[in-house]
Design a protein around this ligand. Structure first.
Ligand code: SAH
Length: 225
């Protein structure tokens, strides 16, 4: 049976109350955007109920839409302001892209898998966002034409932060990214001040691999292997 819009709306409000507010999501801009953006529209129609669960959901091609709490946590630490230029690596379903676009600024998002980039682009267009630009490519190289960025968010993990992304971060800018081994990582906030990068560890996490020139190899081999 297809869930009704009322049912999905109820699940969305409950997701905010139980998964975000009961944990440490305190930014009102973030919680109000989560109450509004219909997360179920970013997954396969058969998975609409699962979209509001406290876990990641498959979006095909071996990729996932991140757990709601993780999307919220990254948005909260990134602290997106109205006029920020934001670079997102790993568009995936486009859900986090929509969250960032609602928080403000101009969003530049790169996805490695063309089918996912196209699908996400289509859904985001249906919502009428004018402040989102998506391209298919290797996000570990950044998006030089639009650099520098006030904020950078990477939604796939690598052994360390890709140098081109650090180079394209504005002075005073902030980047959030999962860094670690193939199967377990730490979510880091990297900030650039006077050309130097400082690092803060937010929590442990598990993300799909960032595959590209400055990430894992195609077969997920590390740089030394
Ligand atoms: N924020 C997304 C998460 C998607 S999972 C969501 O909530 O839906 C991470 C995504 O990163 C995957 O779609 C994967 O294909 C993509 N990815 C991996 N390596 C990449 C790279 N080098 N450049 C761009 N995208 C990449």
């Amino acid at each position: 049976m297809n869930p009704s819009e009322e049912n999905l709306e109820y699940l969305r409000q409950r997701m905010v109350d139980e998964q975000l507010l009961r944990r440490d999501i305190r930014d009102k801009n973030v919680t109000s955007v989560f109450r509004k953006v219909p997360r179920h529209r970013f997954v396969d129609p058969a998975m609409r109920l699962e979209a509001y669960g406290d876990f990641p959901v498959s979006i095909g091609k071996g990729q996932t839409i991140s757990q709601p709490y993780m999307v919220a946590l990254m948005a909260q630490v990134l602290d997106v302001k109205k006029n920020d230029k934001v670079l997102e690596i790993g568009t995936g379903s486009g859900y986090e892209t929509a969250i960032l676009a609602e928080l403000g600024g101009e969003i530049f998002s790169i996805e490695r898998i063309e089918g996912l980039a196209k699908k996400a682009g289509k859904v985001l267009e249906e919502f009428g966002y004018k402040n989102i630009h998506i391209k298919t490519g290797d996000g570990t190289l950044g998006w030089q034409e639009h650099a520098p960025f006030d904020k950078i968010i990477v939604t796939a993990s690598s052994q360390d932060a890709p140098q081109p992304l650090l180079d394209q971060l504005r002075e005073g800018g902030k980047m959030v990214m999962p860094v670690g081994s193939r199967f377990t990582q730490r979510l880091l906030v990297l900030e650039k001040e006077k050309g130097r990068i400082s690092e803060r560890d937010v929590c442990g996490c598990v993300f799909v691999p960032l595959i590209g020139e400055f990430g894992w190899g195609e077969n997920c081999a590390g740089k030394d292997s």
